[in-house]
Design a protein around this ligand. Structure first.
Ligand SMILES: Cc1cc2nc3c(=O)[nH]c(=O)nc-3n(C[C@H](O)[C@H](O)[C@H](O)COP(=O)(O)OP(=O)(O)OC[C@H]3O[C@@H](n4cnc5c(N)ncnc54)[C@H](O)[C@@H]3O)c2cc1C
Length: 413
């Protein structure tokens, strides 16, 4: 049986950053990454970006680590193989190829998978998901010949895909369950701004409905909606969210929620097992909340912090996460915790003449999160206000004035 000092399941940005950080701190310890994808690390972020999908950027620009990097750093990459069982007592992982690996320290950085449709007709050719490089390659090929798309789901990736489709003159209909785009991550007023942009660019929107069936022969010919409408199309994008691939971990006894539960050091409930990235449901000590993030910077940061724990340099994960997205020239930013839960105050800074809006979420007198549309210049200041836990009670009247400089909220020394 193979034995590694450090075993990492998942070769995305969280797992690979962890391997890199371990190697910087332990020059000799054996490291292996097991990944169910055959590819070395690539930029998942690029997979929905117009320049890349339209083929204007070289395909090779997607690679963040080439095979040589793993060799140079003495990191064994086991690609195209899934972890299927964790035995936290004898410290063993079973693999889909029938092998077992012993570990001393284990990282579970298994990310998320696309949620798959189970509706009638969902096995037809021409239905696209978007999580991995092979999905994007399929989309790049399809947009060369297809003319009519139905895009299902109102997340950031849908917004980016809509821009790509329209720029290629593909007629596009967006079908969403929600009343307004991006709910609940975006408020109704923000969602309507994005919808305006979509409609100005000739994207038709079908609100508060779902696809009930995909029809056609072997290939997609259209969809039926629950509201009774029929839409003809030759491609469908099912952007219906993600699932967390934790099924195989259930029997191990590890604490699971939506993802893998961890403390602020990214340690799980099983000793010598850490987690990081999209899968980690961790104790966020900046926000005093259990958080699970789906963004690149968070995954990279957590990969580093988990690795430090694995090499015996236990460090707390303390980061205000952020993410940006864009479509048709609009820029959307998310920072911190943007959930408008009970007991939280929500204030807006609206500047219609600049087509910009910032929604600030306040809890216990402190800013804990914000969404920004076309006003990225304030992202850094808001991030620091969250990080420093600056009290803003009594300042709400000023904050709602879009001309008010948020930097003046910092206490003067
Ligand atoms: C199309 C797209 C666009 C995005 N754009 C942005 C953006 O603009 N900005 C931003 O901040 N974020 C963006 N994101 C999100 C960002 O890419 C993710 O947050 C980040 O890649 C998560 O990294 P991770 O390492 O946690 O997980 P992943 O990258 O998902 O890596 C986990 C890996 O583990 C593998 N795995 C799972 N289970 C097993 C198993 N049992 N055995 C072996 N391997 C397993 C998975 O297949 C995967 O390869 C985007 C995501 C997508 C899909």
């Amino acid at each position: 049986m193979q034995h590694f000092k450090y075993l990492i399941i998942g070769g995305g940005i969280a797992g690979t950053t962890a391997a890199e950080t371990i190697r910087k701190n332990d020059t000799d310890g054996t490291i292996a990454i097991v990944s169910d994808e055959p590819h070395t690390l690539y930029s998942r972020v690029l997979l929905s970006k117009p320049g890349f999908v339209r083929g204007e950027q070289p395909l090779d620009s997607v690679w963040l680590k080439k095979p040589e990097w793993y060799e140079e750093n003495k990191i064994t990459f086991i690609g195209g193989v899934s972890a299927t069982n964790l035995d936290g007592v004898s410290k063993k992982i079973s693999l889909s190829n029938g092998e077992e690996i012993e570990y001393e320290k284990l990282l579970l950085a298994i990310g998320a998978h696309s949620r798959k449709w189970t509706i009638p007709g969902s096995d037809k050719k021409g239905i696209h998901y978007l999580r991995g490089l092979d999905d994007t390659k399929g989309i790049m090929e399809a947009v060369k010949t297809k003319k009519h798309a139905v895009l299902v789901g109102s997340g950031c990736v849908s917004f980016e895909i809509a821009e790509i489709l329209r720029s290629l003159n593909i007629t596009t209909t967006l079908v969403m369950r929600e009343k307004s785009f991006g709910e609940p991550l975006l408020s109704e007023v923000e969602g309507k701004m994005i919808e305006n942009t979509l409609e100005k660019n000739n994207v038709t929107i079908k609100r508060q409905t779902e696809v009930s069936e995909v029809f056609g022969g072997e290939e997609v010919a259209g969809v039926f909606l629950k509201n009774g409408e029929k839409l003809d199309c030759d491609m469908v994008f099912a952007m219906i969210g993600v699932v967390y691939p934790t099924e195989w971990l259930k029997q191990s006894g590890i604490s699971l929620g939506r993802g893998i539960i961890a403390n602020e050091f990214l340690e799980t409930s099983i000793s010598d097992v850490w987690t990081a990235g999209d899968i980690a449901e961790y104790n966020d000590t900046v926000l005093n909340e259990t958080m699970q993030c789906g963004n690149w910077m968070n995954s990279r940061g957590q990969g580093e912090i988990a690795a430090l724990g694995m090499v015996g340099k236990r460090t707390e994960y303390k980061m205000v996460t952020f993410q940006t997205s864009h479509g048709f020239g609009d820029l959307i930013g998310f920072v911190g915790d943007t959930r408008p839960a009970l007991g939280r105050t929500v204030v807006y800074r609206v500047a219609p003449e600049k087509n910009s809006i910032v929604r600030i979420i306040i809890s216990e007198e402190k800013i804990i999160g914000a969404t920004l549309i076309n006003r990225m210049a304030e992202m850094g200041t808001i991030t620091k206000l969250i990080k420093d836990g600056v009290k803003v009670s009594g300042m709400l009247e000023s904050i709602i004035n879009p001309e008010f400089d948020l930097k003046t909220l910092f206490p003067t020394v």
